[in-house]
Design a protein around this ligand. Structure first.
Ligand SMILES: Nc1nc2c(c(=O)[nH]1)N[C@H]1C(S)=C(S)[C@@H](COP(=O)(O)OP(=O)(O)OC[C@H]3O[C@@H](n4cnc5c(=O)[nH]c(N)nc54)[C@H](O)[C@@H]3O)O[C@H]1N2
Ligand SMILES: Nc1nc2c(c(=O)[nH]1)N[C@H]1C(S)=C(S)[C@@H](COP(=O)(O)OP(=O)(O)OC[C@H]3O[C@@H](n4cnc5c(=O)[nH]c(N)nc54)[C@H](O)[C@@H]3O)O[C@H]1N2
Ligand code: SF4
Ligand SMILES: [Mo]
Length: 746
């Protein structure tokens, strides 16, 4: 089992490099140290500390090994962890580089002017935190606490969320909602009454058919999913991949449907047509649990495979064949919800179509489909009740009836006075998100920042966003701090501990400490009734029947399920948390609001002559923009490439390896050039690049100027009317062979 996982990750790493190469490059060793002779000798002298990885949000539990000089020697997976099954992905192994990167932020910095030019000067913690508290208080006194917004991602966010709620602001948002998975939570919520959540409750290890729609597991390195998919392949599962690009997953699939971009809803409707009109859907399940099936049957009647062919370019036989494969596997079939699903603005409806297809197959609540997830509640450390803000993220996103979390875009818009916002925002606290690379429409973001009274950024690295701050607070990395106990949904509940493997380098500090210090300056000390966050964790673990000592020894603790069976029990009624209490093929909630109760296909713009759709996705060796400068990971992939079809290469006269610039439909030109990769693996109507590259902060010595930024070229967005998601895939680029900036300079 372990071998096959390793070999899948190896092939999954695209092109030449893979985990086999990367682990030797990084000096990683097997997870079981005692089985390795060399390992035993080293292990004896190394300190082992429990942590969970912060390189991405899968949060794999790990062991960090450090020597007496506080060098971290290696990070390996915790064998008892359901997020990683004892193995980290190459990025997790390379997490050491986050700690050792000499470009890190080292001291608090305050914006100042020297000879009329803006620059940063080093400051003491005392001065920097005083300045943050003073500005927060000023905004509170002048406009109300609500006008101070928190934009966050990752672990530091929860410490600051506590500070903000105590301060009286619920104006909180993160790019992991409206720029990532928000639409799928709406689509699945409306259909099954339940969010998908993270990790997704997909029973991949036992599936007989996995359908990936623009979800590229294997490059999207979500650890346990990659491993389970590898096992499923070994066990003979059918993989169907719908992607305009031949992703790694597509290359492992029995069926690769190279769909015309932006037409997925047509394919999904047509698949439903085949299942229903060939009478191969899961009748017993639909009868027992479905609501509105007859309406759906009528709705999808015209959507024959012949109809869909004209839209999607997928042959009718292929649509029929793949629908039959799913039906044969049902209910052990998964139409994967995907994760970064903010594409074309009708995303919540596309996700609803995905959910409904799962409903027709009976996969929700069945082995090899979706299991019923469970997590364990971490008790709240006692603190006074939070005040009630007059407004917050909910009011900002009010025009989207199904928005369930703060929307970064709405925070940005409400920060621009000329938008005449009803709920004006005057200050930003940005923590753990490189906003200008993760949210499109840079011109608008810059305008918003320009309008703010105050902006503070907490980060570990000098990223693009730190360049805009008034105050920069250097956080230590996850390997140097305590953070909240990880408790995530899974087959069985589990918790994981993160404690410092080494003391903070330079003059960096953990987020919990900064939150407490700022809170104290704002007279909120009652909310921070501890000297060290260790006390909070120790108290919580005791309440949960464990202890800090135990968790330091085991890292991960698994608990027995309490909520009942992992799957539906045959013959037993099941109540879904929807309006009808059933799986809603016809959505009562949408109908009530006058919205489409069942998904419809609407056509989206296609690129004009000479333009190609800008497609983007994950680099297997990197996480967004955050790891591009990581010394270990930039060794593996140091720039992105522009995938172009040979036909495009011919038309545009492009050679493999040649550097080009891109100009989008609004005349925005890429700051840097990008290397051409001519490949059959991308359709001729699109070009493809990894997201996260093209950094323009010179302080990133390895990442600056390497590759191009997709975000920079995304100036047109399509907003999801249901939940406010930021559709980013409707941008078109033309390819420039000459350096356009040089021309301007001449
Ligand atoms: N164009 C485009 N935009 C996208 C996407 C895309 O594919 N293309 N993907 C979208 C998706 S799916 C998501 S989830 C979002 C992700 O959006 P972000 O989370 O904003 O992603 P990053 O760019 O990695 O920014 C993370 C920031 O946190 C910092 N950081 C890392 N570790 C720590 C830490 O321990 N403490 C602190 N304080 N800071 C830390 C990093 O240095 C970096 O500046 O982006 C979305 N935006
Ligand atoms: N290595 C690595 N893994 C990661 C991350 C990371 O940064 N690095 N980030 C994590 C996060 S937060 C997220 S949200 C997930 C995102 O992972 P996924 O949800 O898997 O999504 P993307 O990376 O956006 O997927 C892009 C795929 O969609 C295809 N695509 C583009 N347009 C269309 C279309 O119109 N139709 C169809 N069917 N396909 C299309 C692209 O060709 C590409 O293969 O990855 C997670 N895993
Ligand atoms: S999937 Fe990789 S990067 Fe993400 S948490 Fe796990 S080991 Fe870390
Ligand atoms: Mo994401």
């Amino acid at each position: 089992m372990v071998n096959s996982r390793r070999s899948f990750i190896k092939i999954s790493a695209m092109g030449a490099s893979g985990i086999a190469i990367s682990t030797s490059a990084l000096g990683a060793i097997p997870s079981d140290l005692t089985s390795n002779k060399k390992g035993v000798a080293t292990a004896a002298t190394l300190k082992r500390s429990a942590t969970y990885c912060e390189v991405c949000f899968w949060k794999c539990a790990a062991w960090a090994y450090s020597d007496e000089n506080n060098n971290i020697q290696k990070i390996i997976g915790n064998d008892n962890d359901p997020h990683c099954y004892g193995r980290l992905c190459p990025r997790g192994t390379g997490g050491i580089g986050m700690y050792s990167d000499t470009d890190r932020l080292k001291k608090p910095l305050i914006r100042t002017q020297i000879n009329g030019e803006d620059t940063f000067r080093e400051a003491s913690w005392e001065e920097a935190l005083d300045l943050v508290a003073k500005n927060m208080r000023q905004i509170k006194d002048t406009y109300g606490s609500e006008s101070m917004a928190l934009i966050k991602h990752g672990s530091p966010g929860s410490h600051l969320e506590h500070l903000f709620k105590a301060f009286g602001s619920d104006t909180i948002a993160e790019p992991a909602y409206a720029q990532c998975r928000g639409p799928r939570e709406t689509g699945f919520g409306l259909t099954f009454g339940s969010w998908v959540g993270s990790p997704e409750p997909t029973d991949i290890r036992d599936t007989k058919c996995l359908v990936l729609i623009g979800s590229h597991i294997g490059e999207n390195m979500h650890n346990s999913q990659v491993q389970e998919m590898s096992d499923a392949i070994d066990n003979g599962a059918n993989i169907i991949t719908v992607d305009p690009r031949c992703s790694t997953a597509a290359s492992k699939s029995q069926h690769w449907l190279a769909i015309k971009p932006a037409t997925d809803i047509a394919l999904l409707l047509s698949w439903m047509h085949v299942l229903i009109y060939e009478d191969i859907y899961n009748k017993e399940y639909v009868e027992q649990h479905g609501h509105g099936f007859e309406a759906l049957k009528k709705h999808v009647k015209p959507f024959t495979p012949e109809w869909a062919y004209g839209i999607t370019t997928i042959k009718p036989e292929e649509i029929r064949k793949t629908a039959r494969v799913m039906a044969a596997a049902a209910p052990a079939a998964i139409i994967h919800p995907g994760r970064h699903v903010t594409w074309y603005g009708d995303d919540a409806q596309r996700e609803r179509a995905i959910a409904m297809l799962n409903g027709l197959l009976g996969s929700w609540g069945n082995r090899g489909g979706f299991y019923f997830k469970e997590k364990i509640k971490v008790p709240k450390y006692p603190h006074p009740a939070y005040p009630h803000p007059k407004w917050g993220w909910k009011e900002l996103g009010k025009k989207y009836p199904f928005a369930e979390m703060g929307n970064t875009m709405e925070v940005i818009k409400a920060s621009i006075p000329e938008n005449n916002p009803k709920y004006p925002i005057k200050g930003w606290f940005v923590a753990g998100t490189n906003l200008v690379t993760s949210v499109p429409q840079r011109a608008m973001i810059e305008k918003a920042i320009e309008s703010l009274d105050f902006m503070v950024v907490m980060d570990t690295m000098p990223m693009e966003i730190t360049g805009y701050a008034d105050v920069i607070l250097p956080e230590c990395t996850y390997l140097e701090r305590y953070d909240g106990i990880r408790s995530a949904t899974n087959r069985e509940p589990s918790i994981a501990l993160r404690c410092p493997a080494v003391p903070p380098k330079y003059d960096s500090k953990p987020a919990w400490w900064m939150a407490k210090e700022i809170g104290t300056r704002l007279d909120l000390q009652a909310y921070f009734d501890y000297n060290d966050f260790e006390e909070v964790i120790a108290w919580q673990l005791n309440e949960m029947g464990s202890s800090l000592e135990e968790m330091k020894k085991i890292g991960v603790k698994n608990f027995k399920r309490k909520s009942g069976s992992l799957y539906m029990e045959k013959g037993k009624a099941h109540e879904f948390a929807t309006t009808s209490g059933k799986i809603e093929f016809y959505s009562e909630d949408l109908a009530e609001l006058g919205l489409d109760p069942m998904p419809v296909y609407t056509s989206h713009e296609s690129p004009d002559q000479g333009f190609y759709r800008l497609n983007y996705g994950r680099s297997p060796m990197h996480t967004f923009s955050r790891t591009i400068n990581n010394p270990n990971l930039s060794d593996l992939t140091d720039e992105n490439t522009l995938w172009v079809n040979p036909k495009v290469a011919r038309i545009e006269d492009l050679k493999n390896g040649q550097y080009v610039w891109l100009e989008n439909q609004d005349g925005i030109i890429s700051s840097f050039s990008i290397k051409v990769r001519v490949t059959e693996r991308i359709r001729w109507d699109s070009v493809y690049m990894y997201h996260g590259f093209g950094h323009n902060n010179k302080k990133l010595s390895r990442a600056h100027g390497k590759g191009a930024s997709d975000t920079e070229l995304i100036s047109r967005i399509k907003v999801d009317p249901l939940m406010g998601g930021t559709g980013m895939r409707g941008n078109f680029v033309k390819i420039l062979i000459e350096n356009p900036t040089k021309e301007v300079l001449l």
